[in-house]
Ligand binder design. Structure first.
Ligand SMILES: *[C@@H]1O[C@H](CO)[C@@H](O)[C@H](O)[C@H]1NC(C)=O
Ligand SMILES: *[C@@H]1O[C@H](CO)[C@@H](O)[C@H](O)[C@H]1NC(C)=O
Ligand SMILES: *[C@@H]1O[C@H](CO)[C@@H](O)[C@H](O)[C@H]1NC(C)=O
Length: 448
């Protein structure tokens, strides 16, 4: 029990009330665990599921995240009559990272009483593609749904039309900074600026109308283009129901970046990881152990299958694999969970090979926000966006597997049914308390 309290304090900023809740919940779970006779339950994937627990989704939740009232009810502050200028938000990275940047940028633009032009979606060379904003999102829908929150235009006024925006570099500014103080003067001087939102901004200091614009943009005004929605719903139709979407991340770049070491990998996987490593060498010895115990190491497909089995997710569950093309070591997972569907199999070959990374990411996103349940082995940009959209739609079978708990338990030497029990307990605690999937900004905690 001490372990759980420690974990909550270190890893999640939990309020005192919460800690008390965690303690009492842990106690009650301990009581439940003690009072149930233990049954043979093994980490061996071929062991049959015992009736010790029921599937995690059937556990009663106590908290959930819902869109905040102040945003949904849209108590709007009237837009100022005059604009302070035009802003283009420049977005980089993967699809969901760009979307995150766009949401932040909309909030900032509203804060500055600016007018938005369509954002620039530029993809890092790594992603090898060219899809812009209009290739992924429905522009007219966006403009229409931002009405009253912020003005969005497709075209600049004649006097700015031929100009490139003045670029404001937010990344060089250290610490928290005030956009009104540091960006507004450039906007007033140049009339048309571009920037990429800095990570360090303090959204909690925004006036409500700024935050509301951010929330509206992120969760209500962005809809995939018609063509993408059509493709997405074809894909969705092809998956047997009910189904779980699983965002499994175990690609060479991800593993190389994590600096974690794994044993039991195939030669091909090891080569791919090495190629992605560059100068970034994996930790070794004690440092590697500490790193792993901090939850820094991606779960392998084998480990993922073990955790899912611990959560009593049946082996015949239909699973849509929302994953990149480079997923490694998936065979181990497929030997446990056999009903696996991927877009490369469900979509026709020609369709698939013509698709850009952004398009593929958009399809995974679409299927994931429409699945019966969503499980992710990581908490990245896509997972945050999917969890938020699912909460927005009232879908709560959403879970992030706890790498840290897994590493801790295995380093303590837990195995077999002890490991299964421990995994069940830490994940149901998270699920019951709506923890581990905390949604900031636009979502409020709701006691059920
Ligand atoms: C922006 O407009 C609001 C009213 O909508 C006003 O209260 C605020 O002072 C303005 N801020 C700037 C930076 O112009
Ligand atoms: C990137 O695109 C180029 C040209 O379209 C292609 O030759 C290359 O194989 C692609 N690289 C990856 C990693 O997909
Ligand atoms: C996954 O499990 C299989 C079967 O037990 C094993 O052969 C393989 O090496 C494991 N892979 C990893 C990455 O641990």
């Amino acid at each position: 029990m001490r372990r759980i309290v420690d974990r909550s304090m270190v890893f999640f900023s939990v309020k005192p009330l919460f800690i008390i809740l965690v303690i009492s919940l842990s106690l009650s779970l301990v009581v439940v665990l003690i009072s149930i006779p233990s049954t043979p339950f093994s980490s061996n994937p071929s062991a049959t599921t015992s009736s010790l627990h029921s599937e995690i989704w059937s556990v009663r939740r106590m908290f959930e995240w819902r869109p905040c009232k102040w945003w949904l009810e849209g108590h709007l502050t009237a837009l100022p009559e005059e604009t302070n200028g035009y802003i283009r938000v420049d977005c980089y990275g993967g699809l969901n990272q760009m979307r995150r940047d766009l949401c932040d940028g909309v909030g900032i633009a509203r804060l500055l009483n600016a007018t938005l032009v369509l954002p620039k979606f530029e993809v890092a060379a790594y992603w090898n593609e060219s899809s812009g904003f209009a290739d992924v999102f429905d522009v007219d829908y966006f403009i229409q749904h931002m009405k009253g929150f912020i003005n969005v235009v497709k075209d600049l006024p004649a006097e700015l039309e031929s100009k490139e925006p003045f670029h404001v570099d937010c990344s060089k500014r250290k610490g928290h900074f005030d956009y009104i103080e540091s960006v507004l003067p450039s906007l007033l001087e140049h009339h048309y600026i571009s920037f990429t939102p800095a990570m360090s901004q303090r959204r909690d200091r925004y006036p409500l109308y700024g935050k509301a614009a951010l929330c509206q943009a992120c969760y209500k005004a962005l809809r995939l283009t018609r063509a993408l929605e059509k493709k997405g719903s074809e894909l969705l139709d092809a998956i047997p129901k009910p189904f779980m979407a699983l965002h499994l991340r175990f690609e060479p770049d991800m593993v190389a970046y994590s600096q974690c070491q794994y044993s039991g990998l195939s030669t091909a996987s090891m080569k791919a990881i090495e190629a992605a490593q560059g100068d970034r060498k994996p930790w070794t010895g004690e440092a590697a152990r500490l790193w792993r115990n901090r939850g820094k190491c991606p779960l392998t497909p084998n480990e993922t299958a073990l955790v899912l089995r611990s959560l009593v997710i049946p082996r015949n569950t239909n699973i849509y694999l929302a994953a990149g093309d480079g997923l490694m070591e998936i065979e181990g997972f497929k030997s446990v969970y056999t009903n696996i569907y991927t877009k490369s199999v469900l979509l026709s070959g020609e369709d698939f090979t013509n698709m850009h990374g952004n398009t593929k990411a958009a399809l995974d996103y679409y299927v994931s926000i429409n699945s019966d349940s969503y499980v992710a082995t990581y908490f990245g940009n896509m997972d945050k966006m999917v969890a938020a959209m699912r909460a927005y739609k009232g879908l709560y079978k959403t879970l992030f597997l706890n790498r840290r708990a897994f590493a801790e338990f295995t380093s303590q030497g837990l195995e077999g049914k002890e490991l299964v029990k421990a995994l069940w307990k830490s994940h149901t605690d998270d699920f019951v308390l709506g923890r581990g999937s905390a949604l900031p900004d636009c979502f409020c905690e709701f006691k059920l």
